[in-house]
Design a protein around this ligand. Structure first.
Ligand code: NZQ
Ligand code: ZN
Length: 385
């Protein structure tokens, strides 16, 4: 096992009716800016619950944060934070609202020229506004981590940053708020969380049996609870298990001391930036292709995963692992080929170029550069292939 530091300061408040605890979670006297998305919270009662919990508190609102939050929109909120002297941000919605809020929190105190440098140039963040979260969509794990992914229209980029200053102080997870999720978002959430575990697990053996088994436990839980929720959207127990699995999939715990491979996410972000596919839609197309390309290097972990998660004990275990994963994604109702989205190979070269330009090679062995990215994209089943 490699050396590691693990620090996670996020307080999780989990369960039915927990939004009512907001007033005690946000320190008295704070001027709050509540951030939200396109309006789902107004339709499902979450907005009213928050409003009631914070009655009598100084509160401004900023709505309209898009899925794959846009820098252009977020900068409007940064302006409000500065002019209104906001001193607490409350994100109410899915991962996009929270990621956007993390960016707003850091940008509000940014001293350089353009806060986009936080994403594009890894500019330092010395201070950020405190953040609280009411999460309405289990998927990203953003509620218990320090990551944020932001898109910029003008350059068609989708970039991530990580900084301990943007850990939420608390996240409220009430699984009842997930009852109103459209099926597409529910299945996206299952697939995203599943992919998060695999990006931290499916590399090579690192003498980390505990982390391996923690990862496998999350994967198995997702394979059981995901389909239940799709069948019974108001099954509270299944929603709750799904929500907690998604949080643990990317809160840093299973990453302790093990190699990671975020190739699928990096290529996926390019597909979202250029074609507008949902985040999880990109992952289920790209991940099997990455594994096919890296089958030799990942053979041992693919075999372990085949056996422990899918019960495959003999034959071509690595090949079976890939096939069973694709079947699982398809069983959720997801497309696993670029051709199904009408996407061809026209921009593969450009995607490979963009990723290569950003610096170090991808993969647990840093073996994936421009050439390999293009080869992987060709394995994603482009139109006409
Ligand atoms: O905008 P509203 O109206 O709120 O509707 C949203 C949105 O249209 C809707 N929704 C959310 N909760 C709902 C609901 N509809 C009905 N009932 C509810 N309870 O769902 C739609 C999608 O929301 P979004 O926040 O975009 O989805 P998700 O949580 O999957 O977030 C995706 C974003 O997170 C990033 C992705 O790249 C993408 O930009 N990621 C962030 C990570 C992190 N911070 O650690 C890691 C991930 O790998 C991921 O990259
Ligand atoms: Zn993801």
């Amino acid at each position: 096992m490699n050396n590691f530091t693990y620090h996670n300061p996020v307080q999780i408040v989990f369960g039915k009716g927990t939004i009512g605890q907001l007033a005690s979670l946000i320190p008295a006297g704070k001027k709050i800016l509540m951030t939200y998305g396109g309006g789902s919270i107004k339709q499902n009662g979450v907005y009213d619950q928050v409003k009631q919990a914070l009655a009598g508190r100084a509160r401004l609102e900023f709505g309209g944060i898009e899925p794959n939050p846009r820098y252009e929109t977020l900068m409007k909120a940064v302006k409000i934070c500065r002019s209104e002297k906001v001193d607490f941000l409350l994100s109410v919605g899915g991962g996009s609202v929270l990621d956007g809020t993390k960016f707003i929190a850091a940008a509000a105190f940014f001293e350089g020229n353009d806060p986009w440098d936080i994403l594009a140039k890894n500019a330092p963040i010395n201070k950020a506004l405190p953040i609280g979260c009411v999460l309405t969509l289990p998927a990203t794990g953003s509620e218990m981590n320090m990551f944020s992914v932001v898109s910029r229209d003008s350059t068609q980029e989708k970039l991530a940053f990580a900084n301990p200053q943007v850990f939420p102080q608390f996240s409220i997870l009430d699984p009842e708020t997930n009852f109103t999720l459209p099926e597409r978002q529910t299945r996206n959430g299952v697939a995203d969380a599943f992919a998060h575990v695999l990006e931290q697990y499916l590399t090579y053996p690192a003498n980390a049996p505990l982390q391996d088994r923690q990862a496998e436990a999350i994967l198995l839980t997702l394979t059981e609870e995901g389909p239940k929720v799709l069948k019974q959207p108001r099954d509270y127990a299944a929603r709750a298990n799904l929500a907690w699995s998604a949080t643990l999939a990317l809160n840093g715990l299973i990453a302790c001391g093990v190699p990671q491979d975020w190739t699928t996410h990096m290529i996926g972000h390019e597909l979202t930036a250029l074609y507008g596919l949902d985040h999880a839609q990109t992952l289920v197309v790209v991940m099997p292709a990455v594994w096919k390309h890296q089958k030799q290097a990942k053979a041992q972990k693919l075999a372990q995963y085949a056996e422990r998660v899918w019960g495959v004990t003999g034959g071509d275990q690595a090949g079976q692992a890939i096939a069973r994963t694709e079947q699982f994604f398809q069983s959720l109702g997801m497309k696993t080929r670029l051709s199904e989205y009408g996407i061809g190979s026209e921009r593969f070269e450009e995607m490979g170029e963009r990723l290569a330009r950003r610096g170090s090679k991808l993969g647990e062995h840093q073996a994936i550069g421009k050439k390999e990215v293009i080869e992987i994209l060709r394995l994603c089943g482009p139109l006409g292939a």
